[in-house]
Design a protein around this ligand. Structure first.
Ligand code: NAP
Length: 217
């Protein structure tokens, strides 16, 4: 059985945990306050889930999900995530995160910064333009006419393949928007982000093409 280490037990981390458990994965999930604060969640998720510290979740995972806003001072367990594929759900929200000048200027995407913070991991931007609860309610079987598509961006082909497999298991199609330097095309405010509830594969591909650089002020 494959284990996913999930760092972040907020809206996104919890919904990815639920979707993963429904697809037959084991999950080890962490927040910032310690595993004992997740007892209620683990009771709800059942025996294939356990709570841990972020470092232990990273160690336990065959791959990891980081469902935590990026901070300029890196707070992720770099050594424990080394060599692993890391799915990063982070969106850059200036009102929440403050300004990050290299992102504002368009020099780097927020996910290139995450890749720099985790230099020995294989980072993929994933699950960023769907509201977390819809991971369960919008899931559809392959070929369904109303199946939505989600984008993935990574500098590593094997990370893109893993995310596409996971999306398919969770009930979504994939559009590859690699590499990470292109991942601004799904950032908050872009067509792909604004129209998240209605995009099949063709529509998502069109929305990615029509993205234009945003000014963050
Ligand atoms: N909400 C959505 O629908 C949605 C959809 C797509 C993408 N996103 C993006 O995904 C990211 C997560 O969103 P969210 O809504 O799930 O946020 P959230 O509800 O605020 O949850 C954040 C989680 O991260 C944990 N955390 C923070 N720092 C940590 C650290 N150093 N180690 C371990 N855990 C840490 C928090 O733990 P504590 O509570 O213990 O501090 C909390 O469990 C954000 O960047 C967001 O913009 C959100």
């Amino acid at each position: 059985m494959t284990t996913i280490g999930i760092i972040g037990a907020g809206e996104v981390g919890c919904q990815i945990a639920r979707a993963a458990l429904a697809s037959g994965y084991r999950v080890v999930i962490a927040n910032s306050r310690g595993p004992e604060t997740l007892a209620g969640l683990i009771a709800e998720l059942g025996p294939a889930a356990r709570a841990a510290s972020a470092a232990d979740a990273a160690t336990a995972g065959d791959f990891a999900v980081v469902a935590v806003p990026l901070k300029v001072v890196n707070d992720m367990p770099i050594d424990e995530l080394a060599g692993k594929i890391v799915l990063d759900t982070n969106n850059y929200m200036v009102w929440r995160d403050g300004h990050i000048p290299v992102v504002d200027s368009g020099e780097k995407t927020i996910h290139e910064l995450r890749q720099e913070q985790l230099p020995t991991s294989k980072v993929a931007k994933a699950f960023t333009h769907i509201q977390a609860p819809r991971l369960l309610t919008a899931a559809r079987p392959p070929g369904a006419p109303d199946r939505l598509a989600l984008s993935v961006s990574s500098d590593f082909a094997e990370a893109v393949e893993l995310v596409a497999r996971l999306y398919d298991q969770f009930g979504f199609d994939t559009v590859d928007n690699s590499p990470l330097s292109e991942s601004w095309r799904t950032e908050p405010g872009q067509p792909a982000w604004l129209r998240h509830a209605w995009q099949n594969r063709d529509e998502l591909a069109r929305n990615l093409s029509s993205a234009r650089r945003l000014v963050h002020d």
